[in-house]
Design a protein around this ligand. Structure first.
Ligand SMILES: NC(=O)C1=CN([C@@H]2O[C@H](COP(=O)(O)OP(=O)(O)OC[C@H]3O[C@@H](n4cnc5c(N)ncnc54)[C@H](OP(=O)(O)O)[C@@H]3O)[C@@H](O)[C@H]2O)C=CC1
Ligand SMILES: O=C(O)C(=O)CO
Length: 319
């Protein structure tokens, strides 16, 4: 097979293993989309993170494409229905990043509960503030996980060690097959949770966190979002923080990240986002929950396994 890689920073394992199996791998990392459309007809496989939308136009250009290997998890930029119709397999690699997402989630939660971001900034500015930075112990809290898939399960497993109560709501499943979280309905979660961590995908979940959803909680709560920015309606979240319905928010993703940090000055973003930047009750990270040294190799090995299992043309010992 001929495979085109659109990411020069990808861990070398996948490329090397495919080459050792006799496939050809070409790196085209700096091309723009127009050039990729010209190149694609020659390729059987496409390896991509999230640089371009893998939409109908791109899939049509790739006349002999057999697979798309999504280096990472979210497939919201891939037209999965059309790929399926064309018989193109789509592989992703949640096995690679589920541990680091879980650790990042817990890290952000600890930052919120213990005011670590603010305290760090204050000490750097020469301020020694203690009472205002008094923490809240996780062990006495109930953490509600929304979406009990790869990331949700790993987060529950990490949280179990802190002694807190972990409950989880997943839209279809009620038997989780583990002891880390108790399965509950959304309404039960909204009654009990002190912390909510979002681990749902974007499809069908735009503005999932909105004013009505926030106001349905029995108690003020902390919100963590490592899923997708557009799952949260930012203006409604800010209103919730101002009304003390939301005690704090840790966001690794935000609804403006695509159009802003790539193309615009963050200072030009709308006011709700400026509020999140100014507030002491937020923790903001640049969509890095899924990034760790170990995850990179994990993505490479996972995709190699999935590609070779699907096409079963080679027998190797790499995986
Ligand atoms: N910040 C980062 O760097 C990273 C972010 N992510 C993001 O994390 C998210 C989760 O990934 P992953 O755990 O692999 O996804 P999974 O598909 O494994 O899990 C998501 C779960 O959420 C459930 N679900 C979807 N919508 C709802 C809803 N409205 N209410 C309750 N449950 C719902 C799904 O149910 P069902 O399948 O039954 O429909 C599924 O069980 C994705 O958006 C992904 O892109 C992932 C890696 C890194
Ligand atoms: O893999 C994903 O879905 C990510 O968001 C990583 O950047």
């Amino acid at each position: 097979m001929k495979v085109i890689f659109l990411d020069k920073d990808a861990h070398p394992f996948l490329r090397q293993a495919l080459e050792q199996d006799g496939h050809t791998v070409d790196l085209h990392c700096t091309c723009d989309r127009a050039r990729i459309l010209e190149l694609l007809p020659q390729y059987d496989g496409l390896m991509i993170r999230s640089r371009f939308d893998v939409d109908r136009e791109l899939l049509d250009a790739a006349r002999r494409l057999k697979f798309v290997a999504r280096w990472g998890v979210g497939t919201d930029h891939i037209d999965l229905d059309y790929a399926r119709k064309r018989g193109i397999r789509v592989f992703n690699s949640p096995e690679g990043s589920k541990h680091t997402v879980a650790e990042h989630t817990v890290g952000m939660l600890l930052m919120l509960l213990n005011h670590l971001g603010r305290a760090d900034r204050q000490v750097r500015q020469g301020k020694w503030v203690r009472r205002e930075n008094t923490g809240t112990e996780l062990q006495y809290l109930t953490v509600g996980i929304i979406g009990y898939g790869n990331m949700g399960q790993m987060t529950a497993r990490r949280l179990a060690g802190f002694g807190c109560k972990v409950i989880a709501h997943d839209r279809f499943r009620t038997d989780y097959g583990d002891d880390y979280a108790e399965a509950v309905s959304l309404e039960q979660l909204q009654q009990a949770a002190d912390v909510v961590s979002l681990h749902i995908f974007l499809e069908g979940n735009h503005n999932y966190v909105n004013a009505r959803w926030i106001n349905s909680f029995a108690k003020p709560f902390y919100l963590i979002n490592t899923a997708r920015g557009q799952v949260v309606h930012t203006a409604d979240l800010v209103a919730g923080i101002k009304a003390n319905k939301v005690l704090g928010a840790a966001l690794d993703v935000n609804e403006y990240e695509e159009q802003s940090f790539v193309k615009l000055n963050p200072d030009e973003l709308p006011e709700p986002y400026q509020y999140l930047r100014r507030s002491d009750r937020t923790v903001l990270t640049p969509h890095i929950a899924g990034w760790s040294v170990e995850a990179e190799e994990g993505h490479a090995r996972t995709l190699y396994r999935k590609i070779t299992e699907a096409f079963a043309q080679t027998t190797t010992n790499h995986a």
